[in-house]
Design a protein around this ligand. Structure first.
Ligand code: ADP
Ligand code: ZN
Length: 460
């Protein structure tokens, strides 16, 4: 099959490569040279792809035609990339209302794969791929893994779940494309995972951050020496938010470079953005056009301002999405990155807007709570946020596991630790948080996406 890269017009490819030719070393780790191209080159490519996509959905999907007609917009009105902001939004609700295949632009005989989102926040949504879409997905996954130098000779231990969830198969195809050997271990069975990682000499680990931390804890318990017994050099962690503290703890525990992977099934799966060796999360904007909006008004916000991420897919065939509201909170940056990539960066996802807790008028994301926990000595990053009601007010309590040593130190040490933690919470989050220190290993571990919130409030 034709490599997707070859379908980019020759002219654009030449322009893209000439701008970074001098940076030989970066070209090696850039799977596709477009990542280091000039803004003009990137935008020219985006514009032609955006026009094609808008034309396509208008012609083939009654839902989009109706919505565009209602706002008076025609595909011909797209004259620049920023004109994307004149198009109407698409939401998860729209996808659900057209369950299962109502927004596909291709007949079913062209669909070669069907996946579904993990349904973290309700009924799952269904997504489909043509052979061309599979090629795009494989390419962006290869580009993600290439950011950590993955290639032939690497053993990629893939502990993302295989199945309807896009994580497992997404990473699988990307790693194979780079010539690496993939171990499709999927989630769960922690002890067996550790054994295989050690015996097969895994060099790259792919899983959720919570599972990476859980495996590190389990490895220590099993008596492994994390640095001497394993050959890991890098990990690609995503599918859920992770605070800076947790990311550092994982990198430190395993002695590896931490790379982040970001994506969602509605857009393609993982492979929308990945972080480079300098820790900057680059969006593959030649396939996914990002915007940041004010989640309340829908207004587009400038670079550097925090808001909701919105993406338009510009190369998807089966299920293109126009201005998809991700509900993920982030911001855009366009400063040059030391890795040589010029493609836009997003700030690490703070959380989903629907995960945001409002406690006595103050906005709090679980990842902020986690960040405080990882800064306090004597605690583990295993925690649960318990929400309850006290009269009309929301009450937020954080249960957190102490480490074995602190637990053995007895009540006095625990009291001091609790006070310290509550002071840190107040300093960082500007609210009073009640904390409860619990025994090591009492909070349930997750093998996929972690569940960090227990909502006991009466929903009636
Ligand atoms: P679901 O919406 O059912 O969980 P997905 O499995 O497609 O479906 O998950 C996509 C979501 O996972 C994203 O919208 C985002 O909230 C979260 N996510 C994925 N990668 C990251 C990441 N690197 N950091 C934070 N959150 C992430
Ligand atoms: Zn970079």
């Amino acid at each position: 099959m034709l490599n997707y890269v070859e379908t980019i017009s020759k002219e654009l490819l030449i322009a893209a490569s000439s701008s970074i030719q001098q940076e030989e070393v970066f070209v090696r780790i850039m799977y596709n040279k477009i990542e280091g191209a000039s803004r003009e080159t990137i935008e020219a490519l985006q514009l032609s792809r955006l026009r094609e996509t808008v034309e396509r959905v208008y012609r083939l999907v009654p839902f989009y035609k109706k919505k565009f007609d209602e706002t008076g917009i025609k595909p011909a009105h797209i004259k620049s990339v920023s004109d994307v902001s004149n198009l109407p939004f698409t939401t998860k609700k729209d996808l659900r209302e057209h369950y299962p295949f109502g927004l596909f632009t291709t007949p079913m005989d062209q669909i070669v794969r069907i996946h579904s989102s993990s349904g973290t926040t309700g009924k799952p949504t269904v997504v489909g791929y043509t052979a061309h879409d599979m090629e795009v997905w494989t390419e962006v996954m290869a580009r993600s893994l290439a950011m950590g130098g993955t290639g032939s000779g690497d053993i990629v231990h893939n502990a993302y779940g295989y199945g309807l969830f896009t994580g497992g198969l997404g990473f699988h195809y990307g790693a194979e494309r780079l010539g690496a050997a993939v171990v499709p271990s999927s989630g769960g069975f922690t002890k067996r995972q550790l054994l295989l990682m050690k015996d097969f000499g895994a060099t790259i680990l792919c899983c959720t951050p919570s599972f990476a931390m859980h495996m590190a804890e389990a490895a220590k318990e099993e008596g492994y020496d994390l640095k001497a017994d394993f050959r890991l050099k890098a990990g690609f962690f995503g599918a859920e938010p992770a605070s800076k503290g947790l990311r550092m703890a994982i990198a430190e525990a395993w002695g590896i470079n931490y790379h982040e992977a970001y994506g969602m099934s509605e857009l393609i799966g993982p492979g929308v953005a990945a972080s480079c060796i300098h820790g900057n999360l680059h969006v593959f904007e030649d396939h996914f056009l990002p915007e940041i909006i004010d989640p309340d008004t829908g207004t587009v916000l400038p670079d550097g301002e925090e808001g909701e991420l919105v993406f338009t897919t510009i190369t998807k065939q089966a299920l293109p999405v126009i201005r998809y509201r991700t509900r993920d909170i982030s911001m855009l940056h366009r400063e040059p990155c030391q890795c040589g990539r010029t493609i836009v960066q997003i700030e690490t996802i703070k959380g989903r807007s629907d995960d945001m807790l409002i406690v006595n008028g103050v906005n709090v994301f679980p990842s902020q709570v986690e960040h405080v926990l990882t800064k306090v000595e004597g605690l583990t990053p295993n925690y649960l946020i318990v929400l309850d009601k006290k009269g009309v007010l929301d009450k937020l309590e954080v249960w957190v596991e102490v480490d074995d040593r602190t637990f053995a130190d007895g009540i006095g040490a625990l009291e001091t630790l609790k006070k310290k933690l509550e002071t840190e919470m107040l300093n960082e989050l500007y609210i009073n948080v009640k904390t409860k220190l619990v025994e090591p290993k009492t909070i349930e571990r997750s093998v996929g996406k972690a569940q960090r919130i227990l909502d006991k409030r009466d929903k009636g």
